[in-house]
Design a protein around this ligand. Sequence first.
Ligand SMILES: [Zn+2]
Length: 675
Amino acid sequence: MTVSAAIRDRAESLRDQIRHHNYRYHALDDPEIPDAEYDRLMRELQVLEAEHPELVSPDSPTQRVGEVPISAFGTVQHELPMLSLGNAFSTEELQEFHRRVLDRLALDDQAELIYSAEPKLDGAAVSLLYEDGVLVRAATRGDGTTGEDITHNVRTIEAIPLKLLGSRYPARLEVRGEVFMPKAGFDAYNDKARAAGEKIFVNPRNAAAGSLRQLDPKLTAERPLDMYAYSVGIAEGGHLPSRHSEIIDQLQEWGIKVCPERRVVRGVQGCLDYYENIGKRRDRLSYEIDGVVYKVDSLDMQEELGFVSRAPRWAIAHKFPAQEELTEVEAVEFQVGRTGAVTPVARLKPVFVGGVTVSNATLHNIDELHRKDVRVGDTVIVRRAGDVIPEVASVIQDRRPKGTRRVQLPKTCPVCGSRVVREDGESVARCTGGLFCAAQRAEALKHFVSRRALDIEGLGAKLIEQLVATGRLKTPADIFQLTKEELSQLDRMGEKSAVNLIRSIEASKSTTLARFLFALGIREVGEATAAGVAAHYGKLANVVSATDEDLQGVTDVGPVVAARIKAFFEEQHNLDVIARLQEYGVEWAESDPEIVAENGPLRGKTFVITGVLPNLTRDDAKDLIQNAGGRVTGSVSSKTDYLVAGEKAGSKLIKAEKLKVSILDEDALRSLIAS
Ligand SMILES: [Zn+2]
C-alpha cells in the first residue's frame, strides 16, 4: 500500500516544524512554543512514522537514538586534519603572537588587526559532516588525522541538527565544534550517580568525552550534552563568507548552535579586554572553559599566514590559570571552627593552581573525607575555581603508596582535648569543649556577654577578639577579673570607657538562672529552652545532676537537647568555669523546682510576642511572662495560647487570627498576670 501524498506532506511538514523549533530552542535559546506543544508535534510524527514505516528517513527528528548498540568504533580519516592550537599563558606571550602575525602580514605596529574571539570550551572536539544538509557522519578529533566514528552517539545530542535549515549551504559541509556537558547537567548527573552508588565524573571534560565514547547510543542520550560549533573544515559545492565571524553567523542561520559569548575585537588590546571580561564572568557561565581563543578574522589573511607544525599561525588559545593540579597530601589535620565544628583539612605540597599557591585544601567533613578516602601520601587532584576555597577533587588511586591508612575522626579535640562527638545523622563532628576550647572561645564569649545573656554593655566583639588574642580571656570567668587599669591601656579604650565597662561587668553579676543557662552557650539551648530548664529545676545543682531521662521531662526538651545539656555538664572544664564564675560573684535567685511555674498565674500557657509594645521592650515582656510561669516561644502555632501584639505586628498577627489564638495588648497582658 502506498502512502497518500497528504500523509507524506504532513510528515514532511511536521519534520520541518520540529527542526525549526529545535533551532529556536537549542541554537537561539529562544523557543516560540511551549514544550508541551513541541511534544505534541513530535508524538504526531512518531505515530505517522509508526503507521507508515516507509516514511521514516534517517534525518527525521525521531531518529536520534539508534536501536542497537554498535560493537566497535569505526575509524574516520579527516580529509582536512583537525589541528591543535598554540597556547599563550601570559600577556607577553599573546603580544608576541600578535607581533608575529603583524610581521608575517607585513603590517606595521599601528595596524588594527581584527580578531574573532570566543571562550575555549572544556569538552571534546567533534567533526560533523553534512551532505546536502543531512548529517551523515560524526567523528572525534582523535590524533587529528584519524578519529573515531561516533555518528550514532552524536545523533542523540539534541543541540546538533540532523538536517540543516535553509538551503544555500555547501553540498559537503564539515562543521567542527566542541561537545560539552553544561555545569548544571554535570552536577545533576553526578548527584544522581552518587545516590545510586555509581561512578561519578571527575570534571565536565571527562564527562563529555566519556559520553561520546559509548557503544550504546541510549547511554549517550541520557547524558545532558550540548555543542557549540567554532569552525568549518571541508566546504565543497557552495560558498562561505570571507570572514571567520561571518561564517559562524552563517552556521547559526543553518541551525547550528554557536557560542553566544563570541565577539569580534580590535587589536591585541581588544583581545586582552575580552580575556579579562570573560575571566571575570567565568564562574557564572553555564559551562566550563579553560581560556579564550583568538583567530585572525580575515580568511585571506589566515591563508597567507598558513600553518606551522600542525598548528595554525592565525589562531591562539589564551589559557586561564589551571583550576586543577596534581599534588601530594602531606598530612590530614582537623581544624576546630568557632562553633566547635571539627573539619578535616588536607595539608598539601604547595602547588600553583587557579592563579595562587595552594598548600591547604578543605575536605568539608568526615563523610566527604571517607567518601574520597584521602590518605596521607596520596597524590590528589586539587581544584580551585574562582574565589572558592581550594578542595581535594579526587585521589589518583594508582599512585597510592604502600602502607597508607584510612584517616579517622579524632576522639578528642586537637585544640582543647575535649571529647569530639557526632550526632546520628549529622555530617559535622563537634568539639564538646565549649567555653574551654580556645577555638570556640571568642564566639562563646560574645554570646556570653550578649544582651539576652549576661548583658555586659561595652564588651564588644572587637574587644573580645583582642582580649582572646592576647590570652587575657580564656573563659567567661576571666571577664570578672579584668581591672580598670589594664582595660584603660588597651587600644581605643580611654579611662572613662574602662570605668564604664567595669561598672557593667559588676552589674551583670546579678542575673537569673535562665539567663545564666542561656549564656553558657550549650548547643541547641536557646532562650526558651534555658527558661524552661531553669523553671523546671529551679537550682543549677539540679540541672547539673539531672539524668538524660529527667531532662526529657522538661517541656520542649527532646532527646537531642537533653544529650547536649548532659554532655556539657559532664565536662569538668565547664563545671570549673561555672565554679569560678560563682566565686567571682555571679549569682541568681534559686527556687525550688517548678515553684514558679506551679504557682504563677500564667502556668501552662504559651505566649508569642510581636510588634512594638507601648511601655515594655520585648525582653521585659518576656521576663514578665516567664516570671508568672508562662512560656514564650518564637512562632505562632496551634499550641500558642496568646499572642501579645503591639504596633506594627505583621505576619504573626495574621497567623494568630487565622488560628484563632487569643490576642492581647500590653494592658491585657498585665491584667492577665494580675488576675
Ligand atoms: Zn576543642
